[in-house]
Design a protein around this ligand. Sequence first.
Ligand code: ADP
Ligand code: MG
Ligand code: MG
Length: 917
Amino acid sequence: MTTKKSRGVKASKYVYLFGTGKLTEGDAAMKNLLGGKGANLAEMCRLGLPVPAGFTITTECCVDYFKNRMKFPSVLKAQVEAALAKTEQQMGMKFGDPKNPLLVSCRSGARKSMPGMMETVLNVGLCTRTIPGLVAKTKNERFVYDSYRRLIMMYSDVVMEKAEGVEPAEGKGIRVQLDGMLQEMKKSKGYQKDTDLTTDDLKKLCDDFKTRVRVVLGKEFPDEPMAQLWGGVSAVFKSWNGRRAIAYRKIEGIPDDWGTAVNVQSMVFGNMGENSATGVAFSRNPATGEHKFYGEWLVNAQGEDVVAGIRTPSPLNEATKSEHNASLPSLEKAMPKVYIELDNIQKKLEKHYKDMQDIEFTIQEGKLYMLQCRVGKRTGTAALNMAMDMIGEKLIKESEAVMRLAPAQLDELLHPIVDPNAEKSVKVLAKGLPAGPGGACGQIVFTAAAAVEWAKQGKRVILVREETNPEDIEGMRAAEGILTARGGMTSHAALVARGWGKCCIVGAGSIHVDSVCKKMTIGDVVLSEGAFVTLNGTKGYVYDGQLAMISASENPRFKKFMAIVDKFRKLGVRANADTPSDAQKAREFGAEGIGLFRTEHMFYGKGSDQPLFILRKMILSSTPEERRKALDELFPFVKASIKATLEAMEGLPVTIRLLDPPLHEFVPESTEKQEELARSLGISAENVRSRGEQLHESNPMMGHRGVRLGITYPEITEMQLRAIFEAAGELLKAGKKCHPEIMIPVTCDVRELKDQKVIACRVYDEVLGKLNLRSIPHMYGTMIEIPRACLLANKMAEEAQFFSFGTNDLSQMGFGFSRDDIGGFMPDYLNKKIIPADPFQTIDQEGIGQLIEMAVKKGRGTRKDLKIGICGEQGGDPASVEFCFKTGLNYVSCSPFRVPIARLAAAQAAIGAGRKN
Ligand code: ADP
Ligand code: MG
Ligand code: MG
């Protein structure tokens, strides 16, 4: 395998051409090898679009480069030289030629886009030898030196500093220093814009830059085109393992071993004067989904200027002008012919890819070039609107529309927004661009580090920056919302926030940010670190103080979408709910039943005083008579609670779990409560204390709990069963429907189920007699949460009509990880990649998954129609839902607000499985 390759027995093809006609070797399907950018550049060439020629060095080459201790494979040089020659031919220029020099860019591009996380170097090939030729050819000396100063800035930063692992102090990086020199020059000359700099200014800057580079980095800026090219290529490879890229991958779950490709592409120039420009655009609005061509452009500028937020970009067309950029000229008006061409291209691309496109373009002296296209990131709202629109336009089928929303994006749709009523009564503090929707409220901080720190302390923060850059990524993640003073809808902050569905406002120009003194000023309002602000990311409004939030209102489009989702779904979705109001919420979210009703719920929280008091009496009873008396008192509470929830579910199944937690959890600790109990039981407070102590267990999670209580105290089981049957029977008699499922927890042997079933049968008959009923529909089953129960599932199924996997306990006991104590080691396990994910959040398919598969197979071997579900928290996790579908479960059950997520994940699993077959 690889050894063969490195010995050169079978030399790898590391380089793929793209350009005109048949020359292009890649296509859109080759993302893994060529990276997203390279694959799509090739695809655009195949579509006949104007793309500057070049070649892609593969991700495989990057992987081999790292394996080889950062040395290029030996065959690479010849392959690059050959590809460069072909590129030169197509462009009619020569790299490094004194008369007719070709310049190139070295662009990163991984399988999945990682916006701004890796490096790109433009204008590679400019040097003492090639400058005069380019000046003569373009007759534009200013442009040449503008390009040169950009090369020096980018190259010294990316290749000479970052790639070399130099870690300058905060604000002392070479790029910041050079940018400072540029700003100083502008200031001393009284210029407003970069474009005011004259040729002589730029020449002087280039000289000064090179001197500064030598002084700071101790190396000469390379003056040889080939040296620049290889420096650029290796720097792009190395940027795959840059700190920011690694942090981003961790958040996004991108594997470390994919590597990045490098695209070496002929330069075209948007900075050649007033009829040159550069821009980025979306075929639909990425924040709202509105079907309008949407984007930003800058005249006389080079690519990254738009994204960097250095100048406020202009709108692409008249239809999408906003109050923030209304005064700026649109491309549609300024260059109508080019605009029409671009508009046609975006339509063609959308039709071809059948999805919203994010494109980058450059206009060189009136000629349009396409530099990138990819499926655009979007907010949850936009994803929903686009999917529904595209069905209407017959661009995609319903099944495809279902796949277009990530389950996590639904979460965002259900996210809180600022209460519109609260908004009416306050003044807007500042306005910016609505880059990420929803509302956010929190305390302001001015650095990413502070955001991380404060969030750790449990505070909700709003990260305020002049503009964000990739170094802020962790702080952006930690913040509730992001606010920047500069930048447009395609700025870094906007892109990242959109990807995460995070509330974000950019380009709030009236805000003056002073991150050194940790304050921001808006007119005469000064807010210091820690002050509260509220953001409305949907409108782009900033408010002083804390405004009320409400949950996003019932969106009819969302409902329609979910109806389509349910057409494809095969797996049932239930909710874990303990009260009629939770049950109601669960049904609104589309739950088809309750997968877990915890009986003990009535002993916690509001209104629990009385039942809890009686429960305590029961627990501390010392004789069966005492206990029976307490149970009789408890009975009406349990029955009422069960009855209300059964009624709320109107005949949908409700799985009622019998008392599960260890009893000592309920023993009163305060002396006051102990005395009250003592009075009621007619014993001394000391006696209460000592009985409580007797209940102490050294390992209560594995102690006297669940079915074990019912085994030692059958009267506890009996009371609960009577409550269930009577509640159900009374509802039936009142003409209502209900369907209880009795679930025995913490079982490990079928004999436990047999033992409890004797009680169930007896009580059932008694209740039928009492209520004069023929039958009460119900089921008898068990929770599967102990590994032994999985091993013996064939036996368990002899008595159980259904299984419900309690994956919280099953993971706890399968791993031997105490759920309540994982805080101490789980972070290290995750950081060191000993396990890929927290098994209490997503099912460990590799290990615990085997137990589940075994139990399903064995259980159904005994009882073909065994109904099987899952009620652990993992039931709302998309990956776990897919696993449950594949394993043949009948339903998943999760907390009510995750029900829509589970429904979508289940539909996607079904569609995905259909596609594979
Ligand atoms: P990123 O992945 O961060 O977007 P890119 O490789 O796309 O980085 O480069 C950033 C910008 O640089 C592009 O949007 C484009 O405008 C400009 N650029 C890259 N290559 C070229 C080129 N060959 N000619 C002109 N501009 C380029
Ligand atoms: Mg790009
Ligand atoms: Mg349990």
